[in-house]
Write a protein that binds this ligand. Structure first.
Ligand code: X8Z
Ligand code: ZN
Length: 610
């Protein structure tokens, strides 16, 4: 969950921030004149205290997420209260050192402390407790969400089952039923979410931010307003490519479902793209395959045929990392992880990676199925685990990504090296001849995952930032969500929506309060990493042909960045890998340049846009 630290990510982010103030042991008001040396000692003590407290918290959260009961929820809530109380007190006490000239590490540590929580609570104990309960309820509503048919009498289906329908069905009405069904689970979240926004905004103000969005945007080593512009700049770089992909896919969907259902020049109905949130479109590849009849890119059927089980898939993922000269994961990783969905209890299936003790007690929590999508997610999660495993010797406040987008990008960057040749070596694909048609097929398949995601990655927090700032009022929560989904993604709700609905809540990270811009950044950063690692590996030729599999030089370069954690501003970490200090979508655009040209010819004469 944090995914920059789930455990840190969700934990620290969402929960840890809950109990903010009034902590015994921390002075509430500035006392005697503080010195830089005191600040240094204070930072050290906070790191030591937090390691103990976060370990306690991650332990309780792990148990809760892998065994959801009233008891495990209550147990986790107790610990969260304790941690949140401590963190709030620590932030307040740290203000004694405002204005002092501190050494770089102390200053950075105190800054990281201040922005470490995604859900800050105000000082008022009653509000704090309401916030904690509200956050837990929202989490629970999502985790236990099920749809039992329009009349409530059908067999109840959870998100995993409904997502299978979204991925596999080509029946317009079956898709609509699954989509509408899942979107009913978030209706009861609306009043809770409204309270969450109001109280956590108070909490953010309490520690000196304009609102919670301002706090979230302060984690990027630049002023929040500048970061907002930075995100828009990156979006501007990739939007033309997204628009081309959108136009082509819409044309193909019109052939499948009819131009009355998918009209040219209009947004695409959100339930036809193979994914509950239309965030990644890889599941509809067979419908949009540019050159049918070419070599198959279907890895799923081989995984099933060859009886790949979860552990075998995870070992395969780990082998990619060790092929770069990175170390093996500790044996405890295999003993303690949750790889598959247990049959006898409720668990949180949304994939996450953890270091429970902040000392290399790394784990993943997943409900793995033998699909290519899950194989990719395994690499994504292992990217988090490898970050953990290389920075766990740092003080805990440095045990995080250079920024949260970095943490999300590591595993993904490696998956860009999962080429057809690599899959052939593994026996997961038949030989794919190198020719233009195969290349376009492959690039389109990649783009359905990587490029299609970009606007969604951006808009989730565009919506929350507006909600937190008060520009969007509760009476317009749902309307404003669809305005943004249309504006950025060019998708529309397949049936009329109203303010009875709360569609943002049907996406995990909203009720779980996990910031989302990290995934947008990661989709861009991973191509920068890939390009730089390919250069380190001595690759010559087009970027899309590079695989760093087995290359130790690339591994060394990556390791150097992982070991830094959050100890330096992110441009320093980016420089270690890429030699540059700016986030930049040019490598992504280079990677997809053959596809881009092909899309342009395909779309000629089409009515693109929406
Ligand atoms: O939540 C995740 C990961 C855990 S950090 C599975 N992702 C986002 C999502 O599922 O919405 C990865 C891609 C985007
Ligand atoms: Zn992640």
């Amino acid at each position: 969950m944090n995914w920059t630290r789930l455990p840190k990510s969700l934990l620290r982010s969402a929960l840890a921030a809950l109990v903010l103030s009034s902590v015994p042991g921390f002075a509430q008001a500035p006392a005697a004149k503080a010195t830089p040396e005191e600040a240094r000692q204070f930072a050290q003590k906070v790191n030591a205290d937090l390691k103990r407290l976060w370990t306690k918290q991650a332990t309780a959260e792990w148990i809760k997420s892998t065994y959801i009961t009233d008891d495990s929820e209550r147990n986790a809530a107790y610990v969260n209260e304790e941690v949140l109380g401590y963190v709030n007190g620590a932030i307040k006490e740290s203000r004694r050192f405002d204005g002092l000239k501190l050494d770089a590490d102390t200053a950075r540590t105190l800054h990281l402390l201040r922005v470490s929580q995604a859900l800050p609570a105000p000082s008022d104990a009653k509000k704090r407790s309401e916030l904690a309960t509200t956050a837990a309820k929202l989490d629970g509503l999502y985790g236990k969400g099920k749809y039992c048919g329009p009349d409530g009498k059908a067999k109840c289906r959870d998100l995993e089952e409904l997502s299978d329908v979204m991925a596999e069905s080509r029946d317009y009405n079956a898709l609509l039923d699954a989509w509408q069904g899942w979107h009913t689970i978030s209706r009861p979240m609306r009043p809770l979410y409204e309270r969450l926004v109001s109280i956590s905004n108070d909490g953010a103000k309490d520690i000196g931010f304009n609102d919670l969005g301002g706090l979230w945007r302060s984690g990027y080593d630049m002023p929040p307003a500048e970061f907002e512009k930075e995100a828009q700049r990156l979006w501007g770089q990739v939007k033309p490519l997204y628009d081309d992909l959108h136009c082509y896919v819409r044309g193909r969907l019109a052939k499948q479902y009819g131009a009355d259902k998918v009209p040219a020049g209009k947004p695409i109905p959100a339930h036809l793209l193979g994914n509950m949130w239309a965030q990644e479109w890889n599941n509809i590849y067979p419908l949009v395959e540019p050159f049918p009849g070419q070599a198959s890119l279907d890895v799923d059927s081989e995984l099933k045929k060859q009886n790949y089980d979860a552990v075998k898939m995870v070992r395969l993922g780990e082998k990619f990392f060790t092929s770069l000269g990175l170390k093996s994961l500790p044996e405890t990783f295999y003993e303690r992880s949750q790889f598959t969905k247990p049959r006898d209890r409720e668990v949180v299936c949304h994939a996450s990676a953890w270091d429970v003790t902040y000392e290399n007690d790394v784990r993943v929590k997943m409900c793995i199925k033998p699909t290519e999508e899950d194989l990719i997610t395994i690499h994504h999660e292992l990217g988090h685990n490898y970050y953990y495993t290389y920075y766990y010797n740092l003080p805990v406040l440095y045990q995080a990504g250079a920024n949260d987008g970095f943490h999300e990008a590591i595993g993904d960057a490696l998956t860009l090296s999962i080429t057809p040749e690599y899959l052939q070596q593994l026996g997961l694909l038949k030989a794919v001849e190198k020719n233009d048609k195969n290349l376009i097929n492959l690039q389109l398949k990649d783009a359905l995952e990587k490029v299609a995601f970009l606007p969604f990655g951006l808009l989730v927090d565009q919506w929350r930032w507006e909600v937190f700032s008060g520009r969007v009022k509760p009476a317009d929560y749902n309307k404003s969500w669809w305005v943004l989904r249309q504006k950025y993604q060019g998708v529309a709700a397949p049936v009329a929506r109203s303010e009875q609905d709360f569609d943002p809540g049907a996406k995990y990270h909203v009720p779980a309060n996990v910031p989302y811009t990290r995934y947008f950044l990661a989709r861009i950063l991973q191509f920068q990493f890939h390009k730089a690692l390919c250069e380190a590996a001595g690759h010559k030729g087009p970027l899309h042909e590079c695989s760093i599999y087995g290359n130790k030089e690339a591994g060394k370069r990556l390791q150097a960045m992982l070991e830094m954690g959050a100890s330096k501003p992110w441009p320093d970490a980016l420089q270690v890998v890429t030699g540059t200090r700016q986030m930049d979508a040019t490598p992504l655009l280079d990677y997809f340049s053959p596809l881009r040209q092909w899309l342009k010819t395909q779309n000629k004469g089409q009515k693109c846009g929406w």
